[in-house]
Design a protein around this ligand. Structure first.
Ligand code: NAD
Ligand code: TYD
Length: 362
């Protein structure tokens, strides 16, 4: 078991990062350390996600630092200021559709940003004799999309060759390679995890599940790309973060771990399920909601199927999923229903303008 005391969480104001901070500070009784949330607050980063954390732990065990992972001077100062011994690197541009329209920012943040962070770590964690400290850890958060696309059968394992297809997954693949190259070359202790599609509270409503929940609530059309038969493997965000925490504590340095839901759904089948849950909760006529489904032009280069084999993390680290999908979807819908103000706030800015520019009104 590693000692993880002063943790720098990059991208902690985004969807998975803020859930990670909630998990560590509110639901992990054997964690006594400090968390520094380092985020530049793009359209996807929102400090309201952590208002309760700031109130309870701010200035004692939780700190926010507004800055860019590409800015080495700023990052270096954080290592000194907080005596950082652990990094968990969530910060990224994360949406495939955006990467198709604007690939450059994905390369800047995901590739150059990760490189800058690794260089900072390499300097900050050097012993006086030039060797690398062994009581530190860089955990890199990655995606199963680096492996490319599956046909109707088979699974991604940790040994599957990288074959990214979108600018998003290509930039994440590049960052994964950089992380391992810095482990091999400079001996930085690293672990890495490749996870399938997450869902849960605080997810920005450009991704499939929150977008569909909100469009159903607002009686907007429900856009399905292509024939709707593409398959994703869905995992509740807290189960992902529990796995990340386990890997950080007990994972082998230099290793990657696949994390997945073992929960494959065709997009259209998942949409039917969401319609059923939302309609029942707020008393909508299910048939009229079904009538708002619109099959739209397919995403360019749309990956067919993702499915994770997570035997390694299950057998080596004794992890398992704990939130059943039906229950997780119900919790997620309840969360959005009780956070309409959050939705209004995040929609009032850049997001709305970007959607209009690229898609017209949706
Ligand atoms: P998100 O888009 O919700 O959040 C990203 C966060 O990073 C935001 O708070 C943003 O402000 C911050 N950020 C962006 N650029 C930054 C920069 N230059 N400096 C500092 N902060 C910056 O993303 P997410 O869905 O929470 O994903 C987090 C990580 O998990 C990403 O690395 C993503 O590739 C990976 N991942 C996501 C999923 C998923 O289903 N969402 C699945 C597997 C892996
Ligand atoms: P998304 O949530 O963007 O995640 P990813 O592309 O990283 O898997 O999309 C999940 C699936 O849903 C993917 O196959 C694309 C599809 N999709 C739609 O059919 N309609 C939509 O409006 C969106 C956003 C996604």
């Amino acid at each position: 078991m590693r000692k993880l005391n002063n943790i720098l969480v990059t991208g902690g104001a985004g969807f998975i990062g803020c859930n990670f901070i909630h998990l560590l500070l509110q639901k992990t009784p054997d964690f006594f350390g400090r968390i520094v949330n380092f985020d530049v607050l793009t359209y996807a980063g929102n400090l309201a996600n952590l208002a309760d954390i700031d109130l309870e732990f701010g200035g004692r065990r939780y700190f926010f630092e507004h800055g860019d992972i590409c800015d080495r001077r700023f990052t270096e100062a954080l290592f000194t200021k907080y005596d950082i011994d652990t990094v968990v690197h969530f910060a990224a541009e994360s949406h495939v559709d955006r990467s198709i329209f604007c690939p450059g920012i994905f390369v800047k943040t995901n590739v150059f940003g990760t490189l800058a962070l690794l260089d900072t770590v390499r300097n900050a964690w050097k012993n006086a004799d030039g060797s690398m400290r062994d009581d530190v850890l860089f955990h890199h958060i990655s995606t199963d999309e680096v492996f490319g696309s599956l046909n109707d059968t088979g699974y991604f394992t940790e040994k599957t060759a990288y074959c990214p297809h979108s600018p998003y997954s290509a930039s994440k693949a590049a960052s994964d390679h950089l992380v391992f190259s810095y482990h091999h070359t400079y001996e930085i202790p690293v672990t890495l995890s490749n996870c399938s599609n997450n869902y849960g509270p605080y997810q920005f409503p450009e991704k499939f599940i929150p977008l569909m929940i909100l469009n159903i609530l607002e009686k907007k059309s429900l856009p399905i790309y292509g024939n709707g038969k593409n398959i994703r493997d869905w995992l509740y965000v807290e189960d992902h973060n529990r796995a990340v925490w386990l890997v950080m504590n007990k994972g082998k340095s230099g290793s990657s771990y696949n994390i997945g839901g073992e929960n494959e759904w065709e997009n259209i089948a998942l949409l039917y399920k969401l319609i059923e849950i939302v309609s029942e909760k707020i008393g909508l006529d299910k048939d009229s909601v079904l009538g708002t489904i619109v099959y739209v032009k397919d995403r360019s280069g749309h990956d067919w199927r993702y499915a994770i084999d997570c035997t390694k993390i299950k057998s080596e680290l004794d992890w398992k999923q704990s939130v059943d999908f039906e229950k997780g979807l119900s919790l997620t819908v309840d969360w959005y229903l009780s956070h309409m103000e959050w939705i209004e706030n995040i929609r009032s800015g850049e997001y709305t303008r970007w959607l209009k520019r690229n898609y017209g009104s949706r």
